[in-house]
Design a protein around this ligand. Sequence first.
Ligand SMILES: [Zn+2]
Ligand SMILES: [Zn+2]
Length: 179
Amino acid sequence: MYPYASSVATTCTSCTTPYSASHSPGIFLTTATGPTWICEPCAETQAPRCEACDLPIWPGPQADAAVRVHHHDGHELLHVHNGCAPSHLLLCAWVTWSEYGGPEEGGWQYDAGRLLAAIPVPLEGAANRRTTTAAAVLAADELLANAYRHLAEGDTQLTTTIELDLPEPYFPLKRPHYE
Ligand SMILES: [Zn+2]
Ligand SMILES: [Zn+2]
């Protein structure tokens, strides 16, 4: 089960707690310098969180199989478990405006917005790396700009975001208070 547990005097590579068979197993990894072990609390704290399910992406096979999702311009959008990788993202159009918050400090404002539409954008690519296609994103962008151009007047703006799931239809969900 844990092939190095008996053959290696092991301490956690992060907090130096000694390995003991009575502990929760933690994670054994084989590195260039030999087998290592990281205790479960350290592994959980240090592992990146899956942006789909919010659970840790454990080092080792799970991290090796994890999927990175990129925008076609190259920037990373998501780092998720292999099983959590989506086949589509949603290009969401928002109308946003500035809302009066209150009279404190001579008056303050906050940003508010409402979801107008969400268009699925397919992802393509290899097992560990999926990418939106420029054609799909640009076509969806153009469609949204044409449909909602009339809303970007005066004090309101149009913006787009790329989302994993359909977001709440407006923000903020609660009116902010002065602090
Ligand atoms: Zn530790
Ligand atoms: Zn996940």
